[in-house]
Design a protein around this ligand. Structure first.
Ligand code: SF4
Ligand code: SF4
Length: 89
């Protein structure tokens, strides 16, 4: 009897991953994106932008699910997310 590789012969499930883009000089370092990211992807960096604030960076980019909450919550349109599809191993 043939064993199915997956239930009902379905292909591997796919999950959406995100690529975070930060326009550093627009950021005012409020930390909303860092605080509200449900996956703890972001951290504020130690460096300064042109305005003298600490912009965020993606500390754990592999955890990003492209939910785009950071993009929606940023008051200065300084962060946006591009979706990329990846298969789960
Ligand atoms: S898209 Fe969602 S998971 Fe990814 S960094 Fe933004 S808030 Fe976090
Ligand atoms: S929410 Fe926007 S302005 Fe605030 S720290 Fe994040 S990127 Fe900067």
């Amino acid at each position: 009897m043939k064993q199915w590789e997956r239930p009902f012969g379905r292909s591997k499930p796919e999950t959406v991953k995100g690529e975070v883009k930060i326009v550093e000089d627009r950021c005012k370092g409020c930390g909303f994106c860092v605080e509200y990211c449900p996956c703890d992807v972001l951290e504020l960096s130690d460096k300064f932008n042109k305005k003298g604030y600490h912009p965020p960076y993606a500390e754990k980019l592999e955890e990003c699910t492209a939910c785009k909450l950071c993009e929606m919550i940023c008051p200065d349109f300084a962060i946006f997310v591009i979706e990329k599809e990846e298969e789960i191993d």
